[in-house]
Design a protein around this ligand. Sequence first.
Ligand SMILES: [Zn+2]
Length: 156
Amino acid sequence: METGLNSTTTVLQVLPPPRLNVAQRLRQATRLSQVRTELVEAYQVALRRWMGDPVLMALGLPFVSEGYRSPERQDELYTHGRSAPGPIVTYKRGGESKHNTLPSQALDVAFLLADDEVSWSPALLSKFARLMKAADARVHWGGDWPGFKDRPHFEV
Ligand SMILES: [Zn+2]
């Protein structure tokens, strides 16, 4: 038992918490500048809480993978799993998604892991969703939708 705890501690000490590099931080700022204020504020409150918890930070660092999405890009995504290969990623056509307004009424979250991989882990997203909903009750999480679960997705 003690051996297991020690090896976990060692891993946490060897791998520093993930951090966004300069280019990633710039992209974050641009994405957030195109999102509705109340959603950005909820995200920032949730992010601060996450970053203040070493256990959560050891799991990964949340970042915004998408804010505003043009109707053309939405139409292109709609083809995924239909006329284009791959799984279905959206049920909305161009102009129908809350990502398609400026400012965007939606943002998508992913996680940067300690090894610099990007994760959309349902477990991590559901932990972050709890913080988002606690930050602002007007925030809706795509993971709560009946049927198709869009776990990276948050909207107002
Ligand atoms: Zn989304």
